[in-house]
Ligand binder design. Structure first.
Ligand SMILES: [Zn+2]
Length: 278
């Protein structure tokens, strides 16, 4: 059996999946793919953001559009020689394409963010403040993983951000990787992948002072993402906590609310304790 593995990160928007995929993709045996599905977007196909910016031919994705989406992971395994590919396409519609795959192993990380924090980030982005999508997406992801029978873990975002030094090594272990402390400095590595918008400059290895600052600011924001606690009225927080559909999502994933976020029933994702799909 091959030891090549693709890990698909499945998540609702704004759940921190880019951050997690950069952390994992900075391991010496892993390769970051970003939102790979965006190469194949029908209306707006993208190029490698890094290589576009550097005005160079991408050594990995130069001919991505000539390959069938179902073959692209195999192609990238060959080109990189890495053991793990981190696919942050987030969508189950994309992950579903690879269900029967046997050229490599498949694992899923269901990354989930505290609905109180999601609600708050919708408010500040002037988006309709409703958790319907969060509920639907997370239930769909959970159903998909269960039906797949593939190995999977649930990672509450706040557990990753709040306890990175324990949680990231645990995720690496689960993926068969020995944690490398340098992974946390993901801006020191080059990352290829589809994208556009101003963030691309940050994918240049080493980065200049400005980019470092950009990242550190974001990094910090990741950690301080408890603004909802002060900014949301108490009654709104209580309404979210009592919402039967929100509760159903948490129950199915064996999670519960704490003061700081959401947490696995046994307080840990270590050793795959909250593995779903078995
Ligand atoms: Zn590239």
């Amino acid at each position: 059996m091959t030891n090549k593995t693709v890990v698909f990160i499945l998540a609702h928007n704004y759940s921190g999946s880019t951050w997690l995929s950069l952390l994992l993709g900075s391991h010496s045996e892993a390769f970051y793919l970003g939102e790979l599905n965006k190469f194949y977007s029908r209306s707006d196909p993208m190029n490698c953001a890094l290589c576009d910016m550097l005005k160079q031919r991408c050594p990995y994705f130069f001919d991505v559009h000539n390959h069938h989406p179902r073959d692209i992971h195999a192609v990238i395994f060959q080109r990189t020689g890495k053991r793990l590919l981190v696919d942050n396409s987030k969508r189950i519609k994309w992950a579903r394409k690879f269900q029967g795959e046997d050229r490599y192993q498949i694992r899923y990380i269901h990354l989930i963010k505290d609905p109180r924090a999601i609600y708050y980030s919708l408010l500040v982005r002037n988006r309709p403040a409703t958790l319907d999508k969060w509920i639907r997406r997370n239930l769909e992801i959970q159903e998909f993983i269960r039906a797949s029978g593939r190995p999977a873990i649930v990672v509450p975002y706040n557990q990753l951000a709040g306890d990175l030094d324990r949680t990231l090594p645990a995720i690496c272990r689960w993926l068969g990787l020995e944690f490398e402390p340098e992974q946390k400095n993901y801006w020191q590595f080059e990352h290829h992948g589809p994208g556009k918008n101003g963030a691309t400059a940050a994918f240049v290895a080493g980065g200049n002072g400005q980019e470092m600052e950009f990242y550190q600011k974001n990094f910090q924001r990741n950690f301080l993402d408890l603004r909802w606690k002060e900014k949301l009225p108490q009654e709104v927080i209580q309404r979210i906590e009592a919402d039967p559909q929100v509760r159903e999502v948490l129950v199915r994933l064996q999670l519960h609310f704490t003061d700081q976020g959401i947490e696995a029933a046994r307080g840990s994702i270590l050793a795959g304790e909250t593995e779903v799909g078995r």
